[in-house]
Design a protein around this ligand. Structure first.
Ligand code: IMP
Length: 200
């Protein structure tokens, strides 16, 4: 089927890419991948909020590629840690973006914090830009609690430690389609969908 345009999904995180491709599979737009462009300079993710970083990333990659570009900035806020790791979620344990090291640090930081004070949320902001400006943004929030022992094999990042109390499952125990229906990223993608369709 010939699609109506091309949209670059500007992420090098395979977990995010999989989820975005899944939610947008039925859109009348061809989804392009950063891999197509070889090694590009990375954007500076020095914003103080998810929205600032999502905007920076979308503008950066749209400028480099000339394509309409969708970027996601997301992360985990843990109340007992004053909202950390927040915008530093990918680099919590250092610049290597190593999920295992980030999870070890998260559980160590929470130490003896009791279960009833383990509330946390994932946040996601998505921005769509062309080379000149950001044309749309949308956000999603996903509430849960942090547990000490990992559970489940699906998802990525902090998912095995993020328990959804109403379901009695971690996000890594959910089927991918289930995560996409209820997650911060799934919500942000659904929220931006009509704005994207209007831009096409
Ligand atoms: P970003 O590339 O700066 O947006 O980094 C996002 C980071 O937040 C990821 O590397 C993960 O550590 C974490 N994160 C964001 N969304 C999720 C999710 O859906 N599951 C688990 N971890 C996530």
């Amino acid at each position: 089927m010939v699609k109506r345009g091309r949209l670059l999904i500007a992420t090098s995180n395979p977990g995010k890419l999989r989820e975005i491709r899944h939610v947008f599979a039925d859109l009348d737009v061809e989804l392009a991948d950063l891999k197509e462009f070889g090694k590009l300079p990375q954007p500076l993710e020095d914003g103080l909020t998810f929205e600032e970083n999502a905007r920076k990333k979308a503008l950066h990659y749209a400028g480099l590629t000339g394509l309409w570009t969708l970027a996601d900035d997301s992360g985990l806020e843990v109340d007992a840690l004053g909202g950390q790791p927040g915008v530093n979620s990918a680099r919590f344990a250092g610049p290597a973006q190593d999920a295992a090291a980030n999870n070890i640090k998260l559980i160590r930081c929470l130490g003896e914090v009791p279960p009833k004070r383990r509330s946390a949320r994932f946040r996601c902001v998505i921005a769509i830009a062309d080379g000149q400006r950001v044309s749309a943004t949308a956000a999603g929030v996903f509430e849960g609690v942090i547990i000490d022992e990992p559970r489940g094999q699906n998802g990525f990042g902090y998912d095995p430690y993020f328990l959804l109390p109403e379901l009695g499952q971690t996000v890594a125990e959910l089927e991918p389609a289930h995560k996409n229906r209820i997650s911060h990223r799934g919500q942000a993608l659904q929220n931006i969908r009509p704005k994207l369709e209007a831009l096409l």
